[in-house]
Design a protein. Structure first.
Length: 218
């Protein structure tokens, strides 16, 4: 079972579900020519997709178009169902930096056929993830700058203030469909600027107040 750690703390969590939110930044929706939906776009990654900070991304041979997506990650600290937005932050143990890697060619093929596209999101090493900082060390998760560099060049720059759904609303909406449990991880969506990564690339993601993440492509 995969474990995640709280920084400067002996506390660790066994990872349960990795629940991801799509289409949460309007500029990212526009760059992919997707529709804005009333209901949250929710999908899951298996825990086998996790890659520790500093690890190597392995792009599957069946894809020629793997994209990076920098995201704020939430670590759930206690069980909750049908959570109210007003109390949602109290269910979090920490915040981290994550990449939601996407096989865009496979995803497009599956979407065009009307089929589920989790296999384009859940391959091994598709979720590089930093350690988490305790939730009480982030003053406002809805106002954090995100920057992703590839080989030193800025590819993505955004702020969680641009999210269509706040962190509180994300937790509340997801908890309608899934019981959240300690060790579950939520990815909150990505700003614009997603693009292809290739063998030899070095990815460096930072989120204000939260920390940083590095991964290289094998």
């Amino acid at each position: 079972m995969k474990q995640v750690q709280l920084k400067n703390s002996p506390e660790s969590f066994t990872v349960g579900k990795i629940i991801c939110l799509g289409r949460n930044y309007l500029d990212h929706i526009r760059e992919l020519n997707n529709e804005v939906t009333d209901r949250a776009v929710i999908f899951c990654k298996p825990s086998s997709s996790l890659l520790a900070d500093g690890g190597k991304i392995v792009i599957p041979e069946y894809s020629n178009d793997c994209h990076h997506e920098l995201e704020l990650a939430l670590l759930v600290g206690k069980t909750g169902k049908n959570i109210e937005a007003t109390t949602a932050l109290s269910y979090l143990a920490g915040y981290g930096v994550a990449l939601d890697l996407t096989l865009r060619d496979l995803q497009s093929e599956l979407k065009n056929a009307g089929l589920p596209w989790e296999i384009a999101k859940g391959f091994d090493t598709s979720c590089p993830l930093s350690d988490f900082i305790p939730a009480n060390q982030v003053a406002d998760p809805n106002n954090l700058e995100l920057i992703l560099k590839v080989n030193g060049e800025v590819r993505q720059r955004g702020n969680t203030a641009q999210m269509m759904r706040s962190v509180e609303k994300i937790i509340a909406e997801i908890s309608i469909y899934y019981t959240l449990e300690a060790g579950d991880i939520i990815l909150t969506g990505t700003p614009a600027g997603v693009s292809k990564i290739e063998s030899g690339d070095l990815l460096e993601g930072t989120i204000e107040q939260v920390g940083s993440l590095q991964a290289s492509v094998a």
